[in-house]
Write a protein that binds this ligand. Structure first.
Ligand code: PGA
Length: 242
């Protein structure tokens, strides 16, 4: 059952996010049916309210981030226990926008994933190379570095987790890697992970035209969708075509 995660980033206000869910929840639920799993990742401030809307549906709630600490004097941070309390099933960590704009390191990202796991939230670890690293043939070297701390953590649990391969140059650019590259990356990822407990996702410029092809790449178990998930019609097309 492919997993579709709608990452709304900071595209929608609180009112817009609630309106989207209220307007489209019934259709989303129908779309999910028994064949797809759908998760929505709105901003922190929307989680509680949207969690209440999603309660009693099969649509899952996903946080876009979380604090790397359990609790304490960390002004502005949101703890994973609270994310669990408002109904999050998934939590994204290590998105390239957080790595880039907020200087998140691989160790901090692993701490965030650990907080999620402790609270029974499935972490979605994002990894991916820059355009320059891609051109220099450093993809596997970079992914290896991004995975190291997380793999240490995962090695100690049997909990579920997701890894989203999102090449930075593909995010929001309209560019998608060719199938040869995707085949190589996903077979490498699937060799390193226990497929029983890990779902591998692709993210970066997913839209209604490329979703089907992306999902046909061996070992791709779902999609992390940014811009295209903010518009209901395009989200609907992506899920229903797949
Ligand atoms: P995009 O973003 O689909 O807008 O490229 C994906 C992501 O950053 O998760």
């Amino acid at each position: 059952m492919p997993l579709f995660v709608a990452n709304w980033k900071m595209y929608k206000t609180f009112n817009e996010s609630i309106a989207f869910v209220q307007e489209h929840l019934a259709e989303l639920e129908q779309l999910a049916g028994t064949k797809h799993s759908i998760a929505i990742a709105p901003s922190f401030v929307c989680l509680d309210r949207i969690g209440q809307e999603l309660n009693k549906t099969s649509i899952k709630l996903c946080a876009q981030d979380c604090a790397p600490f359990k609790s304490g004097a960390y002004t502005g941070e949101v703890d994973a226990a609270s994310l669990a309390q408002v109904g999050c099933t998934y939590g994204i960590v290590g998105h390239s926008e957080r790595r880039h704009h907020f200087n998140e390191t691989n160790d901090v990202i692993a701490q965030k994933a650990e907080q999620l796991l402790v609270n029974n939230i499935t972490p979605i670890l994002c990894i991916g190379e820059t355009a320059q690293e891609f051109e220099q043939g450093k993809v596997f070297h970079i992914l290896e570095k991004q995975l190291a701390s997380f793999e240490n953590l995962i090695g100690q649990t049997s909990q579920e987790y997701c890894i989203a391969y999102e090449p930075i140059w593909a995010i929001g650019s309209g560019k998608v890697p060719d199938s040869k590259h995707l085949n190589a990356v996903f077979s490498w990822l699937s060799d390193r992970n226990n497929i029983e407990s890990c779902i591998l996702l692709y993210g970066g410029s997913v839209d209604a035209d490329n979703a089907k092809i992306l999902l046909q790449v061996p070992h791709v178990g779902g999609l992390l969708i940014g811009g295209a998930s903010c518009d209901f019609q395009s989200l609907k097309k992506i899920v229903s075509l797949a």
